[in-house]
Design a protein. Structure first.
Ligand code: TEU
Length: 565
């Protein structure tokens, strides 16, 4: 059994994008007290871990992923007393708070960066500053140190005239990359973790943590790419993570790393307990099955063979080497998965329940992103003015610079924007969906009138009830938490993903085998299914059309068959 299974196998995490979850003071922005007011809803779902996106002081250029002070609470979201109350109330309900630590970069409004701009050597060394050419000027700074591109578009370097230097920013220009090769920086980050540990926090998410170690020396990307090979899973990343975990006092905590463009081999090292790094990894390769040529901003229909191969590679690969996957379809950076990989126009319920059935029964720890448990969809925005995300607004222009018309660029943004997942949580059918008594910072999706918690709670046929069922299964059926996983061959070229879980010495009455079959299409599929004596463990159509060794899968149907004799 995977060594992580006993501590993490029956846990389920829920992600809150604090800006959009619940506003308590009418300013149109979600906050800590708002979350506290909704803890019973979360406890009712059955979640154990609550990942809350950053609420530290920030100018909000990237909605909190641009941190000014890691040891305080931004007044936008409340006070430290509000945080402490939330932590207490969550603990009473058996829920552990997972804080989101953005350690690859700080805001350029951070004290450290300000002191660097003032020319203090100690703080210049906190960041990746590189001397510009001696004759560089503000009007003509010359070429940046490398041709690397920011993930939000444009050069990854910004020229600072008063220093005649460039600084690196892999993300927004206001997010300056820290120099993790500097032991003073590593000391600071470990100290920040100790500060939150002293407050009783025992769970952390690390933002793009596999980007912290950059290759020594500055080289152009010879492929004309964005330079990611020079900083992704970099030369010292494992060493720095082990040191951070040990000195931050978080070995044994529940931790998860967001691993951008990573590899299986590195994620085994990040999560295998023998390495004392993190306990889980978010990898994103499965969420690139609809990226034409791997480019987020080039649309293509979802490639089901690619999706199946990635799931198989990561599930069987991490199992073989005692790594541990975070299981997810969405977060605050991804479009709503039911809109993206299903068809919410023709099969909203089936699309909204196919996806979690596929992943919640895999090996790993499932993450539910706010509203996913209600079947929230991409918003029906019709104008770029409705979008707020810096990346989306940048790419609306970049795509037009690449030759797309404004309408074509808008269509791509509409399908790919991070704001697709950032519209207010839909609590009820009122004008602002019960999210705020004020004006929401971003528009409410029009379908909140019928997709909302008030309409679904108590309805045993709701998407919410289906998620409750999946979560209860993970806690009640040991095979899901502890079983081995194996994907079935023979489905290439079909819209089916199929795998089985097996558990040796399954407890009396519990399943020793579960077969999961998922139809990622809007068409009925007939399968040869030599599955006699099977029980229907769970299915998004409520039953299974299984007879005489044949199984019919209806549009976007997922079913799990179990053997427990
Ligand atoms: O995301 C990393 C990241 O690259 C994502 O922004 C996402 O993969 C990208 O938008 C795909 O095009 C983390 C945070 O989750 C994100 O919200 C932050 O903006 C980013 O890091 C910088 O901190």
């Amino acid at each position: 059994m995977n060594p992580r299974a006993s501590e993490l196998g029956n846990k389920v995490a829920y992600q809150i994008y604090i800006r959009s979850f619940q506003d308590s003071d009418g300013d149109g922005i979600g906050d800590l007290r708002g979350i506290t007011s909704r803890l019973d809803y979360l406890a009712g779902l059955g979640v154990d871990l609550l990942w809350i996106t950053p609420f530290f002081p920030s100018p909000q250029a990237d909605n909190g992923y641009d941190v000014t002070d890691y040891r305080a609470i931004d007044p936008l979201f409340g006070t430290m007393a509000d945080f402490e109350e939330l932590a207490r109330e969550a603990k009473v309900r058996g829920i552990s708070l997972m804080l989101d630590m953005v350690f690859n970069h700080t805001s350029t409004t951070h004290e450290w960066f300000k002191r660097a701009l003032a020319g203090e050597d100690r703080y210049l060394a906190y960041y990746k500053f590189v001397d510009a050419a001696p004759d560089a000027t503000e009007d003509n700074p010359g070429e940046p140190p490398t041709n690397w591109q920011s993930k939000f578009g444009g050069s990854a370097w910004e020229y600072v005239p008063q220093l005649n230097k460039w600084y690196l920013h892999l993300f927004d220009v206001t997010q300056a990359d820290l120099d993790w090769d500097n032991p003073d920086v590593r000391d600071e980050m470990a100290s920040i973790l100790r500060f939150w540990r002293k407050k009783g926090v025992d769970s952390f998410r690390f933002d793009v943590v596999n980007l912290i170690s950059k290759v020594e020396g500055w080289q152009d990307d010879p492929t004309g790419g964005d330079g990611r090979q020079f900083y992704t899973d970099g030369p010292h990343v494992h060493e720095y993570l082990q040191e951070l975990v040990e000195r931050g006092g978080i070995d044994g905590c529940v931790t998860v790393g967001e691993m951008s463009s990573t590899t299986l081999e590195n994620c085994v090292r990040y999560t295998n307990p023998a390495h004392h790094e993190l306990s889980q990894a978010f990898s994103f390769h499965h969420l690139k099955a609809d990226y034409a040529g791997g480019d987020k901003w080039a649309l293509q229909p979802m490639d089901i063979d690619q999706l199946r191969t990635v799931f198989r590679t990561w599930q069987e690969g991490m199992q073989e080497q005692d790594g541990w996957n975070a299981l997810f379809w969405s977060n605050h950076d991804q479009p709503r998965p039911n809109s993206r990989f299903g068809n919410t126009d023709t099969h909203w319920y089936a699309s909204s329940t196919l996806l979690p059935t596929c992943t919640h029964l895999m090996q790993g720890t499932p993450y539910i992103y706010q509203g996913e448990e209600l079947g929230m969809t991409n918003p029906d925005f019709t104008s770029i003015d409705q979008y707020r995300d810096v990346e989306s607004i940048n790419y609306f222009q970049i795509l037009q610079d690449r030759g797309l018309t404004a309408d074509e660029a808008f269509h791509v943004v509409h399908e790919r924007s991070r704001d697709d997942a950032r519209t207010p949580m839909q609590w009820d059918g009122s004008a602002t969906a019960g999210f705020t008594t004020g004006t929401p910072w971003i528009g409410v999706s029009g379908n909140h009138t019928w997709i909302n918690a008030a309409a679904e709670l108590g309805d045993q046929k709701s998407v919410y009830a289906y998620y409750q069922q999946l979560i209860a299964l993970r806690k009640g059926e040991p095979i899901i938490a502890e079983g081995e996983i194996r994907f079935f061959d023979g489905y290439e070229g079909t819209p089916i993903i199929a795998y089985e879980r097996t558990l040796e010495n399954a407890p009396e009455g519990s399943a020793w085998r579960v077969v999961v079959l998922c139809n990622f299409s809007g068409d009925e599929q007939q399968l040869s299914a030599p599955f006699d004596q099977a029980q229907t463990l769970v299915g998004n159509y409520g039953d299974a059309l299984l007879e005489a060794g044949k199984l019919t899968l209806r549009p976007y149907e997922a079913v799990a068959l179990a053997w427990n004799d």
